[in-house]
Every structure is written in structure tokens, then in C-alpha cells.
Design a protein around this ligand. Sequence first.
Ligand code: 5MM
Length: 335
Amino acid sequence: MSELNNIALKILENGKGILAADESTGTMTKRLESVNVPSTPENRLLFRETLFSASSMTECIGGVILYDETIKQNTSKKNKIPELISNVGSIPGIKVDTGAKVLAGSPEEKITEGLDGLRERLKEYYKLGARFTKWRGVYSITKDYPSKLSIQANAHALARYSALVQECNMVPIVEPEVLMDGDHTAKDCYEKTSEVIKKCFEELILHQIDLKGIILKPNMILAGNKSKEKLSNDEVAKLTLDCLKNSVPSEIPGIAFLSGGQSEIEATKNLDLINKHNNTNFIMSYSYGRALQQSALKFWSKDTNNLVGTQKVFNHRAKMNTLAAQGKWSKDLEN
Ligand code: 5MM
């Protein structure tokens, strides 16, 4: 088994998932201000350190995606953040894209940037303890989009990123996110997600990526958040499985879904049903940002000294999602 395959499997073993704590300072500021907490480096660190020291980390969280600011911070006990994460048995990772910018040639769409100087940044992150990385391409669904140009350009960037990451002995998380925003149908989401994922793998193969050494982080197949269409959770699970079965090469070790704006319970329930119906050989787990942190953040904002209480809220969500990643969740466990 290759070293990269080993890392990918370790991150996702036994129902473990990924905590996406890689909000850029702009996004984290929005999240903190939405609960009336000032977005200072100290507050961003305190909230994140509180989650990374929670007891569920060892059993449930196989990897944490960090942001550049956090990977370089020290904890209140003067430990390095990546050390805190490794010491509880989880693996530190790092977001290495520098954000989605206007795509020249199709200015209503986005292209993710960050390739310039990436080889050097990767070496630095490796030294800091990172063993996997993340890069996110974003695509909106409208009548005209995503265009062939954005599908091609983002797939190319994801493949060049993955090649540099594997060269540096880290596992790339490949995240093509087809956004939930809009009034599109689930069928639109299915078709566009298939096209996006197929193009990503075409480029990954062209760039000689070891497919056994990546993790795919896709969206689930959902109707747009402004659509009148109401899908059952079972339908979401079956469409998602069908889409991935038809677009993802069998070599990849695992899939870790993003939550994409679903509520915490929806994200857990859909993941659980995906696993209950899983007729593929892929591990199907989670790499959630909002769906793991929302309740904990809300709780913490009411009393930022109540770290134990905040950890309790986070532990619950992490446990529910780890059960869902094994198809063992049920609604009564929420109470
Ligand atoms: C944690 O949020 C990440 C994005 O941060 P920026 O927009 O500030 O760069 C994001 O990439 C995240 O990792 C994934 O979208 C999954 O998060 P959700 O909240 O959709 O599960």
C-alpha cells in the first residue's frame, strides 16, 4: 500500500471524518459576527483550539483542514496547533488554494487560484506537520452555467494542484463544489455534478495523479435551495450514490462530502442514508464545515468561557456524523 493511500485510509477509517476548519479570515469573520463575537486572531484561535481539544477528536475526526493563520498559531498551552491535532490521533491538513476569483472569459463564474508559488508553500506546510491538503473549485447552476470553460479551467487547476501536492508526499483533497444556491432541479444538479466530476478525473489522469492517494470531496445531489422540488432524504441518497458510481474511478479510497449549507441534521441524515444504501466500494464519509460547527459556535458565543459546554455540543455532532458514516445513525440518538 502506498504511503498516500495509507494516509487517506487513516483519515477515513472506522467512520471517521474530516473537520473543515479552513474558513479564510473573511468567512470566519462573517461566521463570528453572525453570533456577535468580534473576529480577532485570539477569538478565532480560542474557538478552534476548543474544538481540536474535544474528546471526540480521537474517535471521530480523522483529519482537520486548517487555514494558513491557524496552522502557524500556538495553543494556550504553547503547543503548536498541528501538534495538538496529531497528539489526539488526528491528521493535520491545510487549505492551499487562495480563493475563487472572477473567471476571465466568463466573468459571472469563478476560477480558483493559488498555483503560483504552491510548490514552495507546500514544503513549508509539510514542515509544519500537514499531511493532506485541500483545494476547492466552485460552480453555480443556472440556465447557462456552469460553462464548459469553467468546468475545464477548474478541473485543470485541481489536477495541477494535486500533482504538486503528491510530489510533496501529501494527500490532495479534490473538492469540486456544485453549489446548492438557485432554483435548479435535482436532475440539473445530477447532470452538472457528473459532468464536473468526470472532467476532474479526466484531468487528474492526464496529470498522472495516483488516484489511490486522493480523497474526493463532492456535494450531494440536491435540488436548489430556491427550487419548489422537494426530495426525500432517500432520493437524495440514491441519486448521490448513482451519480458517484457513474463518474468516479473505482481506485479512489474514499469520498468525504461537504455539507454545502444543509442543516446539521439534514447533512447527518443524508450521509446515513448514503451509507445504508451504499452499493459501491467507496468509503462514504464527511468533511463538514458548517454542519459540524454551527451549534458549537452558537453555544460558545453565549459564553466564550464555557469551553467544556462547547466541546460537549461539538462532540455530539461529531459522534452523530461518525455513526452516519457507518449507516448507524437514527433520529432518536439526537436527543
Ligand atoms: C470551511 O469552509 C471552507 C471555505 O472557506 P472559504 O470560503 O473561507 O475559503 C469550505 O471550503 C469548506 O471546507 C467546504 O465548502 C465544506 O464546508 P461546508 O460548510 O460546506 O461543509
